[in-house]
Design a protein around this ligand. Structure first.
Ligand code: FES
Ligand SMILES: [Fe+2]
Length: 336
């Protein structure tokens, strides 16, 4: 079944994505090419500032070995001879040399030399260079796209202003992985509404004013803002479709990258960047671990619930679930 027109543009009329999207292995597999290869994916933060930084895009799902260079390129990290991974660890270097048979490449991916290949005909060609992958930067964070459906400038429209508000450098102080027994999209749609805060997050609800909570949607991203009791933003939540979350707090930024493992298992990478230590443990970003566990419990419960023969889809609150509606519309668009 095509998902193309499953979610009405009118939130008051719309039904949510059918539960088959989360349960059927066919959709999980199809999402690789339709959603994850064509969207922009988080690749690295400002800390990756050496000449060569290897990254695997979505380990266990897309599994694409990539190489970020200090000059701002993204290359395939696979040798064009027999396919060995070229760079295993972040390092400074002035060229790339394969550890299998010695093929060499420049830092911009051009084939340089290869032992014992003098008699090979029609060699080298462009196919012996490392493939270049689309890469872009936002507030010091690098994004890549294997087959971009849209340029990054249009993709990140609406997100740029949030990064301008960061005045001090961001220091990566903690990385932590969570694993949740649920489909990746269930995790995202929980993130995309503040509707559940009074019910699920008792302590967060005390620092975020539910009444003034706002959601803005852009073409491929959305921003939610929770205000504190003095009317100042306690937390701003930027979602870049389909799986990157930037949470702006008075003390800095917490990044969550949502990585599918299987239909019912998802890894969430938490990267904590501090810009103002004196504001740590204040506002909506005070107990991120506790809030995370509360969300995981709810999302895992939904994972069980949607398997019921009596559940096929739901509806949206027009005042509280604009972000979830927007996310489902994008999924339907990419999958269609
Ligand atoms: S695999 Fe790289 S030189 Fe052979
Ligand atoms: Fe939550």
């Amino acid at each position: 079944m095509s998902l193309a027109n499953t979610v009405d543009s009118d939130i008051g009329k719309a039904k949510t994505l059918p539960s088959a999207f989360y349960l059927d292995p066919h959709y999980f597999e199809l999402s690789k090419e339709h959603i994850f290869a064509r969207s922009w994916q988080f690749a690295a933060g400002p800390e990756a500032d050496v000449d060569l930084t290897p990254v695997t895009l979505l380990p266990g799902y897309l599994d694409e070995p990539l190489l970020l260079t200090k000059q701002g390129k993204c290359l395939s990290n696979v040798c064009t001879h027999r396919g060995k991974i070229l760079v295993e660890q972040a390092c400074d270097a002035n060229l790339i040399r394969c550890g299998y048979h010695g093929r060499r490449f420049s830092l911009d991916g051009k084939f340089l030399s290869m032992p014992e290949f003098d008699e090979v005909e029609d060699f080298p060609t462009d196919a012996d260079d490392l493939k270049e992958i689309a890469v872009a930067e936002l507030g010091g964070f690098r994004f890549v796209s294997l087959e971009p459906a849209e340029s990054f400038a249009d993709y990140a429209d609406g997100a740029k202003n949030l990064f301008r508000s960061i005045k001090a450098p961001l220091n990566l102080t903690e990385t932590r992985d969570y694993e949740v027994n649920a489909h990746w999209a269930l995790y995202c749609e929980n993130y995309l509404e503040g509707f559940h805060i009074p019910y699920v997050h008792k302590s967060l609800n005390e620092v975020v004013d539910y009444g003034s909570y706002t959601t803005e949607t852009f073409r491929y991203s959305s921003v939610q803002t929770g205000y504190g009791d003095k009317g100042e933003p306690a937390g701003r939540y930027l979602f870049v479709f389909p799986n990157t979350m930037f949470n702006f707090y008075p003390w800095g930024v917490s990044v969550n990258v949502v990585e599918p493992i299987s239909r019912a298992k998802t890894r969430i990478r938490f990267l904590t960047y501090i810009s103002d230590e004196s504001k740590l443990n204040t506002g909506a970003g005070a107990d991120l671990h506790g809030v995370e566990l509360e969300d995981e419990a709810v999302v895992e419960s939904v994972q069980k619930g949607i398997r019921s023969r009596f559940y096929s889809h739901g509806r949206y609150s027009p005042t509280r679930e604009q972000g979830t509606h927007h996310f489902h519309r994008l999924i339907a668009e990419f999958m269609g």
